[in-house]
Design a protein around this ligand. Structure first.
Ligand SMILES: [Zn+2]
Ligand SMILES: [Zn+2]
Length: 276
């Protein structure tokens, strides 16, 4: 099947394991058509332990390009960054993004203020007494990320629910505002299977949200958020079932930040001619 995984990490972020080459080999094993390294770039002073350093970016970029060359007859290997959106470090991040010919740039929210929202260890320090307040703060931050976007796609759009928290009111109005802005900017949204490995147990974005995105004409890309080689392409069968049900027929791809797309289900005619 002609599939893609646009979100895999490397040990450079200090919390993933496995050589970069092992991720590529696993993708080949699964028959993926493309794999894109999207390792963390977190520039905020309290995020250094979760990210490669700016000095490591050239090494990372070159390592991915070398793998692309080595495996060019078997798979397309691409390279991008998962940038932590933070107003204070935004200009620096943009300079780093522009310093190399990256294929795709993802934007993420992992922190609310100084609080690492996605960390198991940070759960006890949650500054919000109320789930509603936490979701509102998250959505405000996502809205700001969209307003200031220099990204190609948005990663794990509803990761705020990672630990299973859900506000009593689903905050539809707030989500609608965010979705309108995403659509107006023409941003792509990632369907990320890592939620199935998290306490929430759901793919990001959740089905009701993905339906809203589809209705708004927002296009999607696919990622596993693998932090080890065996997580490459993880649960893509479930993700594809979901996106088909919602009505999507194509996935976005990127090369040097130019958008392309592939069919989720190649037509039987094309498959037949491919075999001939
Ligand atoms: Zn992330
Ligand atoms: Zn990630």
């Amino acid at each position: 099947m002609c599939l893609i995984d646009y979100h895999v990490h490397t040990p450079l972020c200090n919390h993933a394991r496995g050589e970069m080459e092992a991720y590529v080999k696993q993708a080949i094993e699964l028959g993926l058509r493309e794999i894109c390294f999207l390792d963390h770039l977190t520039l905020r002073p309290d995020g250094g332990a979760l990210s490669m350093s700016p000095q490591e970016v050239p090494l990372y970029y070159q390592a991915a390009r070398k793998l692309a060359k080595r495996y060019e007859t078997r798979i397309l290997v691409k390279v991008g960054l998962e940038v932590d959106f933070d107003l204070d470090t935004m200009d620096h991040a943009r300079d780093i993004v522009n310093s190399h010919a990256f294929d795709a740039i993802g934007g993420s929210v992992h922190f609310l203020g100084h609080w690492n929202m996605v960390s198991h260890r940070g759960r006890d320090n949650c500054p919000y007494s109320d789930c509603q307040d936490m979701f509102a703060a998250y959505l405000d931050h996502v809205e700001s990320m969209v307003d200031h976007s220099f990204f190609d796609f948005l990663c794990h759009l509803d990761v705020v629910g990672k630990f299973g928290d859900r506000p009593g009111d689903p905050m539809e109005e707030h989500w609608n505002r965010v979705i309108e802005k995403i659509a107006a900017k023409g941003l792509v949204v990632e369907v990320n299977t890592s939620g199935l490995r998290h306490p929430s147990g759901v793919i990001y974005p959740e089905p009701w949200l993905l339906q809203k995105l589809h209705k708004a004409g927002i296009r999607i890309i696919l990622g596993s958020d693998a932090h080890s080689p065996e997580q490459v392409g993880k649960d893509f069968d479930k993700a594809l079932d979901l996106v088909r049900k919602v009505g999507y027929e194509r996935l976005v791809t990127f090369s040097k930040r130019q958008r392309g797309s592939i069919s989720i289900d190649p037509s039987p005619l094309r498959l037949a001619s491919g075999k001939a």
